[in-house]
Write a protein that binds this ligand. Structure first.
Ligand SMILES: CC(C)(COP(=O)(O)OP(=O)(O)OC[C@H]1O[C@@H](n2cnc3c(N)ncnc32)[C@H](O)[C@@H]1OP(=O)(O)O)[C@@H](O)C(=O)NCCC(=O)NCCS
Length: 449
């Protein structure tokens, strides 16, 4: 074993531990598009899901089957028809959908039954249970288009799914539903997954898709300056949705986003869009801090806001202990009063639990994040992170390209969140003049997308 191995493996494994503890007994609805299976990704997805389940997560798996149904239709010489982004399911398409769903269920069950020695599935026992958990109703006739056997979710059998999950099984749902008269309806994977996550009040809804996520500038091509937006607050996601055209094809920004927003608004705190093209995308999204795709998160907006003069007393009370022990540089009441609008705070029931200030240096297209503080009793619950994200958004909205911090004790917290150490010489001239060379603060910079 290489001598370096211990120094990489052990810290890496430990860094995952908080997520393992956090997600135990949580419910994740994972929706896998049919394209992922057609692209041969099923075996690896099954391995990762088996591992996630073995770490105590209750998994509901919903599969799509768009390309598989189209393939069957092609074999029968029948054209695939769509309208409003939904398949028009005639008799032939219904037959094809049933065949495709049957075939995929077998393939998925087989993938979870692997257990060869020396593979990630060795020793895993995943019981996959599928069933008639969805009641459907017809889409009907919309704008003169008869959708025939295409349906919408009418009811989700929450008790049935929950009992199956409690029994330790993974629930597998195909995009099919049945009416009380026993008629079968072809549903969309996206709607089924969203409805199931809402009905179960799942902790996460994850779409494993053909798109990499939502970019910072969604309508512009991928580039270093246009990376994936890893976290979209619900309000920002709703705003974006209102600006883009309706999602008809998976590559449209609104296609998956509309479902993420719907789920989030209905109580599913986090919903994700991640690419199947990246091996291990599920593990990267769930167990690595920044993730890989886009997460829409319902942060309680009333708690996170910009400060006013009325908040100065609360901010002083929060930062004082950290000024006394030397973690933060001393700031006077007058200084905070003058700069109140630069502060972002987390407030709960009238008490300020966290704050940070943003001081722009527009000439250098950067800004300092200063006085980042979370009260000792609420540290470790993500408030620091929440404030950082908001400060990043404020800086981005001001057209800045980076933010920087000066710190003597909290370097690692920032490095874990994408900051890199630089020489104090890097600082904008105006800030360099105020740099306290005795304090020897480390300067860290984060480039904004
Ligand atoms: C640093 C600070 C703002 C983080 O706030 P928070 O709400 O606890 O942060 P989060 O909940 O988002 O993150 C918690 C994680 O940060 C880690 N962390 C906390 N303080 C840290 C430090 N000084 N160095 C490295 N990591 C730290 C926790 O161990 C936890 O790790 P995990 O994600 O692996 O579980 C908060 O600890 C604080 O107010 N510290 C005192 C003031 C300070 O140092 N401010 C920075 C001045 S430049």
């Amino acid at each position: 074993m290489s001598a370096v191995f211990n120094f990489t493996f052990v810290p890496w494994f430990r860094s995952v531990a908080p997520y393992i503890h956090k997600f135990r007994n949580q419910t994740f609805v994972v929706a896998i598009c049919g394209e992922a299976i057609a692209a041969g990704k099923l075996a690896h997805l099954a391995q990762d899901l088996a591992m996630i389940q073995s770490m105590g997560v209750k998994v509901v798996l919903v599969h799509g089957f768009r390309p598989q149904v189209n393939e069957q239709l092609k074999a029968k010489g029948h054209a695939a028809k769509y309208s409003h982004g939904i398949r028009i399911t005639d008799e032939v398409a219904l037959d094809c959908a049933q065949e495709a769903a049957g075939q995929l269920r077998y393939e998925i069950e087989a993938a979870f039954s692997q257990g060869l020695p020396n593979t990630p599935m060795a020793g895993s026992t995943v019981r996959v249970i599928s069933g008639n958990f969805i009641t459907a109703r017809p889409v009907g006739i919309v704008d003169g288009v008869d959708f025939q056997h295409s349906g919408l979710v009418r009811k989700v059998d929450v008790a049935g799914i929950s009992r199956t999950l409690d029994f330790g099984a993974m629930v597998l749902i195909s995009p099919f539903g049945f009416s009380p008269t026993g008629e079968a309806f072809n549903l969309t994977m996206e709607e089924v997954a969203t409805s199931v996550s809402i009905a179960l009040q799942a902790d996460k809804l994850i779409f494993v898709t053909e798109v990499p996520g939502i970019r910072i500038k969604p309508d512009e091509p991928a580039s270093d300056d246009n990376p994936i937006d890893t976290e979209l607050p619900l309000a920002a996601a709703e705003k974006l949705l209102a600006q883009v055209p309706a999602g008809q094809r998976p590559s449209d920004t609104a296609f998956y986003l509309q479902h993420c927003v719907k789920a989030c608004k209905a109580g599913v705190e986090r919903s994700h869009i991640i690419p199947f093209s990246v091996d291990g995308a599920l593990l990267l999204e769930i167990y690595v801090h920044d993730g890989i795709g886009t997460m829409v998160v319902d942060e309680k907006l009333e708690e996170l806001r910009e400060a006013t003069e009325d908040d100065v007393g609360g901010i002083l009370q929060l930062i004082e202990p950290f000024e006394k022990d030397g973690t933060l540089v001393k700031r006077s009441r007058t200084e905070i009063e003058r700069d109140a609008a630069n502060y972002t705070i987390v407030e709960h029931d009238g008490v300020i639990f966290a704050c940070a200030a943003l001081y722009p240096y527009p000439e250098a297209k950067t800004a300092e994040m200063a006085a980042l503080t979370v009260s000792p009793q609420s540290q470790g619950q993500g408030d620091g992170e929440k404030i950082l994200k908001r400060i990043e958004q404020r800086a981005r909205a001001a057209g800045l390209q980076s933010i920087f911090v000066l710190t003597t004790r909290t370097m690692h917290w920032f490095i874990k969140r994408g900051f890199v150490p630089v020489d104090p010489d890097w600082l904008p001239e105006a800030r360099k003049r105020k740099y306290n060379w005795d304090r020897k603060s480390q300067v860290l910079v984060k480039k904004l997308g």
